[in-house]
Every structure is written in C-alpha cells, then in structure tokens.
Design a protein around this ligand. Structure first.
Ligand code: SF4
Length: 475
C-alpha cells in the first residue's frame, strides 16, 4: 500500500513551486498526497520566513502536529534560516531540509522511518546548482494548464528589509537549454501558460549566450531568453514572469513586450514605496521617477497591459508624508492589483540597524488606507470590463457555483463561468471567449461564447498541495 504524505505550503510562488517538486519527488518514492495530516505517514511543512506571521504559523502548526505518529519534515526558508536551532527548540522534528537540498528528501524520510536521529540539510549548491524539472521522477505527471518554470534561484540584491538573500543564497541561473526543454515538455503534457519563476527573474544571465542586453547595467539576458522561448516553443499560448526587479526593466525588455505575442498583457512589478528617501533606505537602487518612466514605457508597449505591485508600509523612519507619496504613486500608475504588507523586522537583514519606529496602530492605518485606494482602482478596472469580451484560460472548478469553472484572462483577471450545456471542449486547459457579465470585488463573472482551443482531459498526477498563509511576493 502506498504511504501517505500531507504537504502544507506557506508563502510565495517559489514555495508553491517547490511544493509541486516535493509532491513529484515523494510521489516517485511511493508517497501519495493526502489532505489531512491526521493518519499521514509523513507531514511536510514547506515554510516561509519573509513575513514574521508566516514563521509564527510554522511554529504553531508544528506544535499542533507534535502529537501525531508521523515523520515531521520542515522544508523551505525557515528551515534554511534556522537549521539546527529548529531541532534544538522542537526535538520532535525529524528532518530539516533547505530549498537546495530537496533532492535528498526521500532518503532523509526513509532514514527517519528507520529510527535515525533528526537530520538537518541546509547546504547551498553553489558550485553545481540543481533545478528539479517537473517530471524529475514521474513521467506520468500531467501539467496544470498554467505551470511554473524556474529560471534562477537566489538573489544578489540587498534590499535592507529582506531575508531572501540569506535564506536562498546568491543568484544561480539555469541553462536556457534546460528551461526551453522543460517548457516544451510541459506544453506536450497539456500546459497552455508558463510562468517563469525567479527571485529577480529579469536579472537572468547565461554564460556564453549570444546577445547581451546592453541597456542593463548588470547585462541581463532576460529579453533574449524570452525571445528564445517564443521562437522555440510556438505551441505555448501565454508567457508570464515573476518577480521582476524594476532595475532590470530595460528598452530591450520593453521591445520584447511590444513584439512577442506570447507575452501576457500583465506585469507584476514590486515598487515597495513611492518615496525616494524610503527607497534609498530600503536599498532598492531606483528612484520613484525611474520606476515611473520604465513602467510607463512597459505599459505603452502593449495595448491594454495592466500593472500590479507590492508595497511595504511603516518601514523604519517612514513619515506620514512619505506614505502619502506611496499613495500618490499607486494612483499615478493605476495599479489594478496590489499586495501590501506592514514592515516587520526580520533576522539577518540590514534594516535591523534602523529603529522600527512606526507604531503598530499607525502601520495598520496606513495599510488600510493603501488597500482602500488600491481596491477602489481594482473595482473601477473590473467594472470597466463589463460588456467586453476576453480570452480566458480555464484552470479548473470554481468555488462560486456548482459546475462552474474558473480561469484567467491574458491580463490576469480571475473569471468565473458557468459550464454551458452541450458545448464541447469546455474544461480545464481550454481557452474560451467570454462575454463579461458582472464585476465582483476581485473577480469577474461571464458567459462562454465559444471555445477557441478545446481543453484536455487533464488528470493531475497528484493533488494540489495545501496552501496556508499569505500571498508573499518579493523582488
Ligand atoms: S526584495 Fe526581492 S530583490 Fe530585494 S533582496 Fe528580497 S528577493 Fe532580492
């Protein structure tokens, strides 16, 4: 009988993607994914340390699982950050494994089942970086309609609030041959859309690649990578990337958006603050004016391209006036989506030297003002789409109504549709033309007019990993 593994994911897309790899890897070793940790042979907590809240959630979840008769694994960024300290403070944890050591997980779990002492593996693969492909273990795996592909890992920036350079190490890049090969195989397995993943995805470089982006001070070859994917995988419908850094938005990237049909009409570009003084203290290495100029060029390159962003409020020393500058930037850029966070001091970050001097109540008030502004923009944007038509890639069942499906437009709006009786080819993986009938707070509802590309009979090899916590996006 197959063994059972429960997998709980905290944090960002990178972690969601790592969880897919964990599921595939452990699936190949004979562990079937189950929802409920009760009765599972192995429970993996894939952790995040970018926000204090996510770290607290790990500690309370681990404490809750202590009583179960299971092998308990802590993976991800808290594992990397805390290492041996986790086992010392919670000796019931059997395995601590960092993001670069996931390939060792099946062996570590087997050893724990045989009664081995708690094991800690948190070594960066600096000399020979490894990237686990989606079918590393199981060739039976069927891709989601929208799939992540890792292009790089680590981060060379030193944003003063961010723990990622410490938990994920310096930048290491995957070869473009490997990236293109994985995308081709995903498309062959049913993926219609690919999201390129990297901590600063647009700082991608490959030794020996023919065309440097001369506009980028660091010589990023990301636009070259986008062009290579567009040329060599013509069957791909949509290409997105996350999370880019504004420093690497160059004329070559703008030109790629203007010329490559496959690039979706939406870019998520973290800004973090609209105040130059705060940006400097955050060590973001761009000014507000540079951000605005680059992003407006990007938006102008493609009709209908929408923008979203990340913002931190209450950074040390942020005055009310500086926060107002962020509000004015949100309005000026007309962001249609925004993730906002209150600053919280993280271990091993340069900002620890600054005084966390914005009171909690003031941080909360600024966050609420930020959401009020951004949600008004989101609502106005969604309302403007009622009565229009949009191409929607259907991803699976919707929670809105029995038999409904949910998908995304090329601009990344979430759309719920009823399944029309007698219309062939409607299902996950289908691209359908939808007439937008109604705008909700964060999504649209519509009616399918016709099927542009029929869906596949998608059978996921494993259930989607359970996700807990905040949608954390960095860079
Ligand atoms: S916020 Fe992004 S760019 Fe800055 S250090 Fe963290 S991961 Fe790197």
């Amino acid at each position: 009988m197959a063994k059972r593994m429960a997998l709980v994911t905290f944090g960002c897309q990178m972690n969601v993607h790592d969880s897919e790899r964990i599921a595939a890897l452990m699936g190949g070793a004979g562990y079937a994914l189950v929802d409920d940790p009760e009765g599972a042979d192995v429970v993996v907590l894939n952790t995040c340390s970018v926000r204090e809240k996510a770290e607290q959630k790990l500690r309370s979840e681990a404490g809750r699982l202590k009583k179960l008769d299971t092998v308990l694994v802590v993976a991800g960024c808290v594992a990397q950050q805390e290492g041996e300290r986790l086992v010392k403070s919670m000796p019931f944890i059997d395995v601590v494994v960092g993001p670069d050591n996931l390939g060792e997980l099946p062996g570590l779990v087997r050893a724990a089942e045989m009664g081995a002492a708690s094991a800690v593996r948190t070594v960066f693969d600096l000399d020979a970086p490894r990237f686990l492909p989606f079918d590393a273990v199981s060739t039976e795996a069927t891709a989601n309609p929208s799939a992540f592909v890792t292009t790089m890992k680590g981060c060379n920036e030193r944003c003063s609030f961010c723990i990622v350079p410490y938990t994920r190490g310096p930048e290491r890049y995957r070869s473009s041959d490997e990236i293109v090969d994985e995308i081709k195989r995903l498309v062959d397995h049913g993926a219609r859309e690919v999201v390129l993943l990297g901590q600063t995805v647009n700082s991608y470089v490959e030794a020996g690649a023919p065309a440097l982006d001369g506009d980028d001070p660091d010589g990023s070859q990301f636009p070259w990578l986008l062009r290579r994917i567009a040329r060599e995988v013509p069957g791909l419908d949509r290409l997105r990337y996350t999370s880019p850094h504004p420093r690497h938005v160059t004329p070559a990237l703008v030109a790629a958006h203007a010329e490559l049909e496959v690039l979706a009409e939406h870019v998520h570009m973290p800004v973090q603050s609209g105040s130059d003084r705060v940006l400097k203290r955050m060590i973001r290495r761009y000014t507000r004016a540079e951000y605005v100029k680059r992003l407006k060029a990007l938006a102008a390159a493609r009709p209908g391209l929408t923008l979203s962003t990340d913002v931190i409020v209450g950074f040390p020393g942020e005055t009310r006036e500086e926060f107002e500058e962020t509000l004015s930037l949100v309005e000026e850029m007309n962001f249609v989506g925004l993730f906002g966070f209150k600053y919280s001091p993280r271990p091993n970050t340069p900002a620890l030297k600054l005084k966390d001097d914005v009171a909690e109540a003031e941080k909360q008030a600024r966050l609420e003002a930020l959401f009020a502004r951004s949600e008004a923009q989101t609502r106005a944007h969604l309302a403007s789409l009622v009565g229009t038509r949009a191409e929607v890639l259907l991803e699976g069942p919707s929670r809105v109504g029995e038999g409904s499906l949910v998908g995304r437009t090329r601009r990344n709006e979430l759309v719920h549709v009823a399944t029309p009786e007698g219309m062939a080819g409607v299902g996950a993986g289908a691209v359908v033309v939808v007439e937008v009938a109604r705008a909700n707070k964060h999504s649209l509802e519509g009616r399918i007019e016709r099927v542009k590309v029929p869906g596949h009979a998608l059978q996921r090899a494993a259930k989607a990993p359970r996700k807990v916590g905040l949608p954390v996006v960095t860079a």
